[in-house]
Design a protein. Structure first.
Length: 405
């Protein structure tokens, strides 16, 4: 038991090292100077909507407040009875000078309803620079400017953006979801970038219409659960880079119950497992408080394990606080205040979700049960394309909401 406890302590140390490295990378990213595009080509923002959710109008309004001189926003719903339609119509009244188009089209194209919605919306896009962004995304006024500046870098085919979690309400579920996004996911993305990965984050995707056409358009993505990942792989298959814009955005974390949080995060976990199963398992090392707790258990409560757990908690809390303070200038608002007393629960929940993701393929997406079938597609030239295909199973009545993440 003592040998196992010391082994768990070493894993804790690895997790703490990654935690500190992530904090350093977030600090460096936030310190980068803002860039300005050489040209101000008109942009169309595609916003697929599905149902009402907390802070929806606030998130959508942030897109209407861009300082960029020429842009169009296309809101799309698939059901005229969708409450999000009324929100989009209110925004037309609130921002009469903003070029807003609303598309209502229930034409089905496949199991990925977000992509089906986008396929219906695309003909209404008048400009050749396209931004696809989620309905729950809160952006700063220079959002488009920073994305266009990154797209102008030679060899860039797609621009994406990092984000933090914004709890929509007080309570454990929203706090747990937000701290995971802000203090684990965000630094993890930047660490992966430092190691050479070029992941596409689906909350923001900017690319030129010509590039979208060259990769076959949106139709090939309609059967994919991780459509953002497949989109990024297809762009890289053209020999183009997937670049990060120099901005930080925020996504709403709406979950009001532990069950809703679990449903959302297990979908996320199964998506990642389908893409990189081995790396997904290894990712449990980035949750040092869980491994410190295990060291305490297997050491029989030895004093050194108590000290290790306390030290790990301090490092995790300090890193989270540092990330929050660092991001304020980039966000233009107060970053998420980490509930430090929840961090041990957050690490334990993340490990349990990772383990659970390997049992079963069912996910729930916007009230629809889907089966995530892990498989490998191919690019045009025959190169392997990792993906998680979707097939519909049954429809479940909407209870509250879930978030596309």
């Amino acid at each position: 038991m003592t040998g196992l406890a010391f082994g768990l302590a070493m894993v804790t140390g690895l997790g703490l090292a990654q935690c500190l490295a992530g904090w350093i990378l977030v600090t460096r990213f936030a310190a980068q100077a803002r860039t300005h595009p050489a040209g101000l080509r008109p942009v169309t923002i595609l916003k697929p909507l599905c149902g009402d959710e907390p802070l929806l109008e606030e998130a959508l309004a942030s897109c209407c407040c861009q300082t960029y001189p020429a842009f169009q926003i296309v809101f799309g719903v698939q059901d005229r009875a969708d409450p999000a339609l009324a929100v989009a119509q209110r925004l037309q009244d609130r921002f009469p000078r903003c070029d807003i188009t609303i598309v209502v089209d229930d034409t089905p194209h496949g199991p990925n309803r977000k992509i089906a919605n986008l396929i219906n919306m695309l003909p209404s896009a008048r400009h050749d620079v396209l931004v696809i962004c989620d309905s729950d995304l809160h952006v700063t006024p220079d959002y488009l400017e920073q994305l266009v500046a990154a797209l102008e870098v030679p060899g860039t085919g797609l621009v994406t953006a990092v984000f933090i979690g914004l709890a929509a309400r007080r309570g454990w579920p929203a706090w747990l979801g937000a701290t995971h996004i802000s203090h684990v996911f965000l630094p993890g993305v930047l660490l992966a970038r430092a190691m050479g990965r070029q992941d596409c984050l689906g909350s923001t995707v900017m690319l030129q219409r010509q590039v979208l056409e060259e990769i076959g358009g949106l139709q090939p993505l309609v059967t994919q659960l991780a459509e953002d990942n497949v989109l990024g792989q297809r762009v890289r298959g053209l020999g183009l880079a997937v670049r990060l814009g120099g901005i930080v955005t925020a996504v709403t974390v709406p979950e009001a119950s532990f069950g809703a949080l679990w449903q959302h995060e297990i979908r996320w976990a199964r998506t990642i497992r389908g893409l990189v199963p081995l790396a997904h398992a290894v990712s449990t090392f980035q949750h040092p408080l869980f491994w410190a707790m295990m060291a305490f258990v297997f050491s029989g409560g030895a004093r050194w394990s108590v000290a290790l757990f306390a030290f790990a908690w301090v490092v995790r809390a300090t890193s989270a606080h540092g990330i929050d303070r660092t991001l304020v200038p980039r966000l233009g608002r107060q970053a998420f205040a980490a509930p430090y007393w929840l961090l041990p629960l957050r690490d334990a929940l993340s490990v349990v979700e990772t383990i659970a993701s390997y049992w079963g393929n069912e996910v729930v997406w916007r009230g629809h049960k889907l089966t995530a079938a892990v498989g490998a597609a191919k690019l045009e030239g025959g190169a392997p394309l990792a993906g998680t295909a979707l097939s519909p199973t049954t429809h479940t009545p909407r209870r509250g909401f879930t978030r596309d993440g």
